[in-house]
Design a protein around this ligand. Structure first.
Ligand code: HPA
Length: 272
């Protein structure tokens, strides 16, 4: 089956710079880039150097692929990701996931900063994603199906691997880190939600809301990659207080929760 030329060129460029198959892909969300300290880094490649790779524009996203090892496993981490609200088409948001697939990735660990909508959540909580709702986000698989990756109508009954959810929970318990579980509600942003919208999201079954992840996960699932996802709750949507929500606050809350997040991700890479 024919691999699209832009992907082929991106992958050929990367393989020239780093020629090892990688098993695990990581996407580090806003404020969570510190996880790279856990990686025995072998090679870094700036997004801007890779043919056909979009370039990230958001503060808190440094924009490079990091290749290396964690516990003897070859990994590739995206430090910084592409968001639909930056103006990239959905297919480009998910482009790096297909690159990962072609590099050998079979498991994706994905993370994000998200607003808490479940009223039991507080800032700094970690939420293992058990499912998602894509709410008016553009499906990245729209267009001619790429049979090289997967079927026209992919099943989405288990976008987040149940086995990995179980492993994540076990690891959190062993590390004595409290984790929540819940449904990630994907929106486009870039506005944070109105008070009425946070309430609606809660009514519709969302536990946390964010502006990333769903498009990447759809492309990963289409390509047969197993996914584990975790949100860091950085702000509380349903609230009485008069406070506003800012990007700075989101970054700070994510950075504060990052050590707990990193500990779980690291152990999970080992356990895969
Ligand atoms: N809403 C949407 N996206 C977010 C939020 C939020 O409250 N917090 C962090 N990302």
């Amino acid at each position: 089956m024919q691999i699209p030329e832009n992907l082929e060129q991106a992958v050929a460029f990367i393989k020239k710079a780093y020629n090892h198959p990688v098993q695990v892909g990581l996407v580090l969300g806003s404020g969570l880039g510190n996880f790279i300290k856990e990686i025995n880094i072998e090679k870094e490649i700036s997004y801007t150097d890779i043919p056909h790779f979009p370039a990230s524009t958001v503060q808190g996203h440094s924009g490079k692929l990091i290749f290396g090892e964690i516990a003897g496993k070859k990994i590739v981490a995206m430090a910084g990701r592409f968001h639909f609200y930056e103006g990239y088409p959905a297919s480009e948001v998910a482009f790096p996931i297909r690159v990962m697939k072609l590099l050998g990735v079979h498991t994706l660990l994905i993370s994000n900063a998200a607003g808490g909508v479940n009223t039991n959540f507080k800032v700094g909580d970690l939420m293992i994603i058990t499912d998602h709702i894509s709410f008016a986000t553009v499906n990245p698989l729209i267009g001619k199906n790429d049979e090289a990756f997967g079927p026209r109508f992919p099943d989405m009954s288990e976008p987040y691997s149940k086995e990995l959810v179980q492993k994540g929970k076990q690891i959190a318990k062993q590390l004595n880190i409290q984790v929540k579980e819940g449904i990630y509600f994907g929106v486009t942003g870039p506005t944070f939600e109105t008070r009425a919208e946070y309430k609606m999201i809660n009514l519709l079954g969302g536990d946390a809301v964010g502006m990333s992840t769903v498009q990447e996960v759809i492309v990963a699932v289409h390509a047969g990659i197993k996914v584990f996802g975790m949100s860091v709750i950085t702000d509380i949507g349903i609230r009485e207080e008069e406070n506003i929500i800012t990007h700075e606050e989101v970054l700070q809350a994510a950075a504060e929760a990052e050590p707990k997040f990193s500990a779980i991700f690291k152990e999970l890479v080992k356990a895969i």
